[in-house]
Design a protein around this ligand. Sequence first.
Ligand code: GCU
Length: 650
Amino acid sequence: MQGVDLPVDPAWLPDEAFRPIGTRRTLIRGSGPLVDTVHGEVAQACVRFGGSVSRDESPEPCDLVLELTGTDGGEAFTFQRGGGVTTVTASGGSGLLYGLFHVVRLGNAAFQGSSAPEEHRPASALRMLDHWDNVAVHPVMGQVERGYAGGSLFWADGRARGELLGRVRAYGRLLAACGINALAVNNVNVHEAEARLLTDRIGWVAEIADALRPYGIRTHLSVTFAAPMVLGGLPSADPLDAAVREWWAGASARVYEAIPDFGGFVVKADSEGQPGPFAYGRSHADGANMLAAALEPYGGTVHWRAFVYDHRQDWRDRTTDRARAAYDHFVPLDGQFAANAVLQVKHGPMDFQVREPVSPLIGAMPRTRLAVEVQATQEYTGQQRHVCWLGPMWSEVLRFRPDGVPVADLADAMVAVSNVGDDPFWTGHPLAQANLYTFGRLAWQPDADPGPILDEWIRLTFGSGPAAGLRAVLAGSWRTYEKYTAPLGVGWMVQPGHHYGPSVDGYEYSPWGTYHFADRDGIGVDRSVATGTGYAGQYAKAWAEVYESPDTCPDELLLFFHHVSYEHVLRSGKTVIQHIYDTHFEGMEEVEAAQRVWASLVDVVDAESHARVAERYEEQLRSAREWRDQVNSYFFRKSGVADAHGRRIH
Ligand code: GCU
């Protein structure tokens, strides 16, 4: 662990978690850089706790054997216990590293009883974090776009933060310990300072790659589609132009000279003002395949984002539905993408709202590789000032069956927008670490139950003392957040621009395609086939039928799919308006209750974490009250319907 410039929060890898290993005798067999990392981890634990570690041969019997049995670079490992010895075998260095962290997670249990060989293997080969970090401070978005954890770990004021490379390495260690193996180092909105990372500033990226490599993490780069023009001085970026293709081939070759195990490119094209193939009358498959061809000789992958929609819509235009856009743009291209191109699709059709249906694009392109993108950074879910554990939401997405097969099985890759910055707690709100950890574990095993993952995170991070209290404040926090914010799947209602705090009509007359259409009679967006935008028809038949009618549409998505009157009776038996009032009062009360639970943990949680979270609860409570009162007052004034329980509405 040389060069780690702690103190930063140890998160889910406190020294104590290594005690069961560090007090025992370990034998490590095999060689290679990742085996050296494993050895370094065990050796450090032994220095701390008094155990011993040998390489290849041991003079005495060992409690733990970690053995590399092959050279295939695989990520799977086998865990077993018999005859008083715990054994991890793997045919690749990454697998051995994951096996070590498995033992860490098990703690003493790894050294008790006996266990038949269990194979552990990640469901998908790509488990990635996208950092929306800017190299230069952006005038509106700052250093990290939608970042709520301080500055960037990688960049400050237009330069690489070489002084934080130790922390980058420690970050890689945390990521490996929850199963993440890829990371993109810069924002998908690529401004000029970031664009140059591809060319003359690739050395900066190489330094980051060097810091992450010992933990099995490959580095990726977001690139601008216009790079041949912006950086290469070409008159065009047309993907079918030979000079453009040649430019990308040359640029990729130079990237691989600097970073031989470079992962590939992430591209946001023809999206929110970013350049793309449409300008040349070319398709997104043409664009993606050009980059795929440049990366192909080196084993790289292009992550092509499907977040393509008209962000300059006229709010009066009721025929354009942003929710439809990704499906309409991409489904006709199924089968046209190269084998090393992955279409990266946000989990919902809009934009990381607290509640959305699963994107109909997922499952609709069987001949295209799919990455499902979620947002660990809490842009629309409290911005790491509110406690909002997103595990249950992501798990619902992964378990959803668009047409029989769960999303978990359809995804070739899982991607999350990172919630980490240079904050000593990594994530600003210490409890937001649970989102990062849960993402990694779900990316490894997408059909896992998130509840035990939360318990695992709590036990590793805080020990067993405060476990019940932590579970109480985190487990239901996403639903609590949903209760006091935008109701029944309608989304938005946030302050424009920064997206924090309530503004019911904040996006109502905007060009962004984000409307709730509330009037004195009712609210919601009619996306039915019969009378609305037809979006419901983008789903396979069974779901299209469920979503088509307000009678069968799940309550939590009702206003996403239908415009209904305030007196419409939900499947729950409540009217829409009473549901709005009740959930907003409840949501606020649940925050108050969680705050009390947190206060009661003062003696069982470390002082810094406790103080930081306590301070953020004050803000969460203030904000939840604001949400409650603005939303309830707005709908009371619109509808004129009184609260059945006579509570105070302003
Ligand atoms: C959201 C977010 C933007 C981001 C975009 C994206 O719209 O507000 O900041 O650039 O998503 O995913 O590309």
